[in-house]
Design a protein around this ligand. Structure first.
Ligand code: BTN
Length: 324
């Protein structure tokens, strides 16, 4: 009944429909209508109630509500269990708690805003309300901990494909986990895991997608962008989120069937790092060189005057192309 009431409100989005009309249309009491409306409001739907006019669903609500996401999903595993928060400390923290308590593979956590969103290398992640997709996915991959880092590359390929399919924006992947448009970061990925020596308990892939942020804090303004600015039009977060889950599931299924080689090949094609002069800041050393490839472990291979260096972790910045 709740879904039927919601459909009726959606059909009349932006316009009032009286409680009496809903009750007549769906053959349900007015008290029941009121209770369902209250439950819909509690689950995040923006419904206005007017004593004389009835109920109206605000137009253009693009909340990441589970029912809205499910209606767009085609994936079989990812997103079958959805935990939605208006506000959360970090979706990765929440996903790790759920995973440790045995939630099924494919469980996702989404939030409208994160109070302490986290990035790589202990950085914070700017996560304003309703302006992005702050998402974590729990996987229980059947491979060993050594392969976990490649989940980040796999996620980057999936997210990049979804962005391209939904928005038409051509972005590129910067090793290992950033998606850039016009040299500015639109997506960051933070993969965390719990593992034994030879088996992964779970992997949490956290993705931050800047969808419609217009004003970034001053330290981010020169290096970050959002997709609606890139396209010049508004983007449905629900549609994009569903596409991300579908594409991520496609690449994950491929990895489980054929190993990482096809995904690494796709990553190479979509990379904006390969062939470029890069500066690498590792935990114990810094150097510069030309990024020539990634190896079978997903490590970046950088050619320096001293030889080829293998980079498994650290910060890589791409030097600007100098025009002659
Ligand atoms: C990075 O580029 O440094 C990675 C950023 C990852 C941000 C996402 S937002 C959803 C998830 N929850 C977090 O706290 N972080 C990740």
């Amino acid at each position: 009944m709740r879904t039927a009431i919601l459909e009726l409100l959606k059909h009349n989005a932006g316009q009032y429909i009286s409680g009496e009309e809903i009750s007549r249309n769906l053959n349900v009491s007015r008290t029941a209508v009121w209770k369902h409306i209250r439950a819909l409001k509690q689950s995040g739907y923006d419904i206005e109630a007017h004593s004389r006019l009835g109920y109206a669903l605000r137009q253009n609500t693009d909340r990441l509500l589970p029912a809205e996401i499910r209606a767009q999903l085609t994936s079989a595993v990812l997103g079958q269990e959805i935990h939605y928060f208006c506000e959360v400390d970090s979706t990765n923290n929440e996903a790790k708690k759920l995973a440790a308590n045995g939630c099924p593979e494919g469980t996702i956590v989404v939030a409208e805003t994160q109070v302490t969103g986290r990035g790589r290398l202990a950085r914070s992640w700017f996560s304003p309300f309703g302006k992005g997709i702050w998402l974590s996915v729990v996987l229980r991959p059947p491979f060993g901990p050594m392969d976990a880092a490649k989940c980040t590359l796999m996620a980057a390929v999936g997210v990049n494909r979804a962005i391209n399919a939904v928005t038409g924006v051509g972005c590129g992947i910067k090793w290992p986990n950033d998606i850039l448009w016009n040299n500015r970061k639109v997506v960051g990925i933070l993969t965390e895991m719990s593992a034994e020596l030879d088996v992964i308990n779970y992997v949490v892939i956290g993705m931050g997608i800047n969808v419609s942020i217009e004003h970034f804090p001053s330290e981010l303004a020169p290096i970050a962008a959002s997709l609606s600015v890139a396209t010049g039009r508004s983007i449905s977060r629900v549609k994009l989120l569903a596409a991300i889950l579908d594409e991520l599931e496609n690449v994950y299924v491929l990895v489980k069937k054929s190993g990482f080689a096809p995904v690494l090949a796709a990553w190479r094609k979509e990379s904006i790092t390969l062939g470029r002069q890069v500066d690498v800041r590792g935990f114990d050393r810094s150097f510069s060189g030309v990024a020539i490839d990634i190896d079978a472990d997903g490590a970046l291979l950088v050619k320096t005057p001293q030889g080829v260096e293998r980079v498994l972790a650290g910060d890589v910045s791409i030097s600007p192309v100098v025009s002659k």
